[in-house]
Ligand binder design. Structure first.
Ligand code: 5IU
Length: 364
């Protein structure tokens, strides 16, 4: 397929999704096609790791639900702090949530509830076992979120202490953001369960304005320092379809994978691409991006002897060379290969160099 021999910088011009165009350009500027799977267990470790490894990666993959001490505050919480690190170092945040349910439920899980994933994760993913309509449901939810974040008027009602639940006038669909974090009436002084403040937040972004630095941290955005020539990340959200998994005995059939390809083509303005084990672009106008987990390198200095060992729990590994050069993925996702190393930042650099070399070799 043409995307296999095309430079990321070229694909950045033609990709159908605005966030893919941004990501491909970022990959070119940072010379990186590495995603860190930040599977650590505390919010403190997650933020420290993101800050240290940030320079080497273009995507940070999270599982917010395995993080102890995740702070849900939309202004100052873990999501907002990750988004600030994403701007500082230039990477996108990918919450590996693997949504799967009826359309209405995934809309609510994506935009509301505890974590309000859409607020801080540029990218998330979905398993489409429940049928293709749920992709459209998520696209709709993201579009609504974007309209609201850009020029909405919101009223948020803060109940109880800042840590307790919040609700708003839209039945839990709003952002709950703004200045209503229990201030105005004395931070945290309110009794649990009583209304301590009601704040109307009016935002004044013009719809036609080019993106610009935001005052709210929870939105993701462009790198501030390291890659000052990159414009602001577009205020878009993207979805990756879970087309194939890396595990032994994976039950996803070829028909399921093909349904993912069809769903992607039908939702080009929301679906950026796939989490898959090989390139799935086949039509001439497919511009999807592929990310692949199950990636490891043999220890530094050791030659590769045959297939890499799995983790004993179903995970199987391939080298960046094989995933990028032979199977045709774009971005490799590495977790324990980096996290369990003595020095994760330098190990991340080793993975970045290998994966980038494999990409350059593919262009020849
Ligand atoms: N992950 C996989 N395989 C998949 C999918 C997701 O391993 O097919 I979809 C996730 C699980 C974990 C990370 O968060 O990617 C891989 O971590 P390790 O590199 O530590 O195996």
């Amino acid at each position: 397929h043409p995307t296999l021999s095309q430079a990321f910088a070229e694909r950045a011009k033609t990709a159908s999704h605005p966030l893919s165009r941004y990501l491909l350009r970022l990959m070119d500027v940072k010379a990186s096609n590495l995603c860190l799977s930040a599977d650590v267990t505390t919010a403190r470790d997650l933020l420290a790791l993101a800050d240290k490894v940030g320079p080497s990666i273009v995507v940070l993959k999270t599982h917010y639900d395995l993080i102890a001490g995740w702070d849900y505050n939309p202004q100052t919480g873990t999501g907002a702090r990750l988004a600030a690190l994403a701007r500082k170092h230039g990477f996108l945040i990918f919450e590996d949530r693997k949504f799967v349910d009826i359309g209405k439920t995934v809309q609510m899980q994506y935009t509301a509830g505890t974590a309000r994933i859409v607020d801080w994760a540029h990218i998330t993913n979905a398993n489409i076992d429940a049928g293709k309509d749920m992709v459209r449901a998520m696209a709709e939810a993201a579009a609504k979120w974007k309209a609201r974040i850009n020029y909405g008027v919101r009223t948020s009602v803060t109940v109880g202490t800042p840590e307790s639940d919040r609700f708003d006038d839209e039945g839990g669909n709003g952002n709950g953001n703004g200045n209503g974090n229990g201030n105005g009436n004395g931070d945290g002084e309110g009794r649990k369960g009583s209304i301590v403040s009601v704040t109307t937040v009016t935002q004044s972004f013009e719809p036609a304005d080019p993106p610009r630095p935001h005052t709210t941290d929870a939105r993701g955005g462009a790198p501030e320092v390291v890659f000052a020539d990159m414009e602001e990340a577009p205020m878009d959200r993207g979805l990756l379809l879970l087309a194939q998994m890396s595990t032994t005995g994976c039950l996803m059939t070829a028909a399921y994978t093909q349904a993912c390809v069809e769903a992607a083509r039908e939702n080009r303005d929301f679906v950026m691409g796939y989490v898959a084990q090989e390139c799935l672009n086949t039509a001439a106008d497919d511009t999807f991006v592929h990310m692949t987990p199950g990636c490891k390198l043999p220890p530094a200095g050791e030659e590769e002897h045959g297939p890499l060992e799995g983790d004993g729990l179903g995970q199987q590994y391939n080298t960046p060379d094989r995933l990028i050069g032979v199977l045709g993925t774009d971005i490799v996702i590495v977790g324990r290969g980096i996290i369990a190393a003595d020095d994760p930042p330098s190990e991340a650099e080793r993975y970045r160099r290998k994966a980038w070399k494999a990409y350059l070799a593919r262009l020849e």
